[in-house]
Design a protein around this ligand. Structure first.
Ligand SMILES: NC(=O)C1=CN([C@@H]2O[C@H](COP(=O)(O)OP(=O)(O)OC[C@H]3O[C@@H](n4cnc5c(N)ncnc54)[C@H](O)[C@@H]3O)[C@@H](O)[C@H]2O)C=CC1
Ligand SMILES: O=C(O)[C@@H]1CCC=N1
Length: 266
C-alpha cells in the first residue's frame, strides 16, 4: 500500500476545516489528484470548493484511507457517514484531539486498522510535524500514514498512545503559542512607541526569520540565542526577565493543554 493506492482507490476526508484543509492543500500541491479525494463537509469553504475535489459526492466503495478531521465534540454524529468502512479493509486515520484509539475501535468495529495522528497547521506549507501511533491492525499502515503525512512535513512515531496528550500540547497547539508571541511582541512595540503597522511587521518578520534560521542552521536553539546575546549587552538583560518566567509559563501552558485533551477524551 502506498500513495499509488490513494490515487487508485481514493481518499475520503470527513470534515475539512482548518486542519483538514491545511493537509489537503499540502497534498494537492504535492501532486495528489483532486478527483481521488472525496470530502464530506456540510459547510465547505471557498478553498475546498476551488480544489476540484469531490465534495459531498458518492463515496468510493473501498478507499485506501479514511481521514477523520472533524472536531472531537461532533465526532460521534459525523462518524455515522463512514462507519460502514469498518471491519478491516479500510484504515482510518484520525487527527482529532483527545479521543483515544479505542473510541474508534468501538465505532468502526473490531479489526479496523486505526492510526491516531496529531498534525499541526504549518502542514499547509509543507512545514508541519505529525506524530502517529496505531492500534494492532493500524501498525501495518503506519508506513502509508508516514508517506502521506511526510508530504506535508516531518513525521514522528510514538512509542505509546499515552504520549499523544503531551504531543498535542507541544506541537499540535504549538503554532498558536508562536503566533501569540507575534501578537505579544507587537503589543509591546506599540506600548513602547511604535505604530501598530511597524510593530506588527517587525514582530512577524522576527518570528518567521528566527524560525527560518533555526530550520536552516545546524546550531542548537540555545546557541542561536547565544549568538544574539552580546556579553553585557541589551539582549542579556532582556532575557533575564523572559527566562525567569517563560519556562514555567510554558510548562503550565502545556499542562493546561494536556488537561483539556483529557477532558475531551471522556
Ligand atoms: N486546527 C489545528 O491546528 C489542529 C486541529 N486538530 C484536530 O483537527 C480536527 C479539526 O479541527 P479544525 O480543523 O481546527 O476544526 P474546523 O472547525 O476548522 O473543521 C472541522 C470541519 O468539520 C466540518 N463538519 C462539521 N460537522 C460535520 C459533519 N457532520 N460531517 C462532516 N464534516 C463536518 C465543519 O464544517 C468544518 O469544516 C479536530 O478534531 C482537532 O482536534 C489537530 C491538530 C491541529
Ligand atoms: O485546539 C485544539 O483542540 C486542536 C488540537 C491541537 C490544535 N488544535
Amino acid at each position: 500500500m502506498d500513495m499509488t493506492d490513494i490515487t487508485a482507490r481514493g481518499l475520503v476526508i470527513l470534515g475539512c476545516g482548518k486542519m483538514g484543509s491545511a493537509m489537503l492543500e499540502g497534498w494537492l500541491a504535492g501532486g495528489l489528484a483532486p478527483q481521488s479525494v472525496t470530502v464530506l463537509d456540510p459547510t465547505p469553504s471557498d478553498f475546498l470548493t476551488s480544489t476540484g475535489c469531490r465534495l459531498n459526492a458518492a463515496l468510493p466503495e473501498r478507499p485506501a484511507l479514511v481521514l477523520l478531521a472533524v472536531k472531537p465534540q461532533i465526532m460521534q454524529d459525523a462518524l455515522a457517514q463512514v462507519t460502514h468502512y469498518g471491519g478491516g479493509e479500510v484504515p482510518v486515520l484520525t487527527v482529532a484531539a483527545g479521543l483515544p484509539i479505542r473510541y474508534y475501535e468501538r465505532a468502526f468495529g473490531a479489526g479496523t486498522p486505526v492510526i491516531r495522528a496529531m498534525p499541526n497547521t504549518p502542514s499547509a506549507v509543507k512545514r508541519g510535524i505529525t506524530a502517529i501511533v496505531g492500534n494492532e491492525g493500524g501498525t501495518g499502515y503506519l508506513d502509508l500514514a508516514e508517506e502521506l503525512l511526510s508530504a506535508v512535513g516531518q513525521v514522528v512515531r510514538l512509542e505509546s498512545e499515552a504520549q499523544m496528550r503531551t504531543v498535542t500540547g507541544i506541537s499540535g497547539c504549538g503554532p498558536a503559542y508562536v503566533f501569540h508571541m507575534v501578537e505579544a511582541l507587537t503589543e509591546a512595540g506599540v506600548r513602547e512607541g511604535l505604530s501598530e503597522e511597524v510593530a506588527g511587521q517587525l514582530a512577524r518578520a522576527t518570528i518567521s526569520g528566527a524560525g527560518a534560521l533555526l530550520d536552516s542552521s545546524d546550531e542548537s536553539a540555545a546557541q542561536l540565542r547565544t549568538n544574539v546575546t552580546s556579553p553585557n549587552g541589551v539582549t542579556e538583560v532582556a532575557l533575564r526577565t523572559l527566562m525567569e518566567e517563560l519556562p514555567d509559563l510554558m510548562h503550565r501552558t502545556v499542562m493546561a493543554a494536556i488537561k483539556r485533551d483529557e477532558e475531551l477524551s471522556k
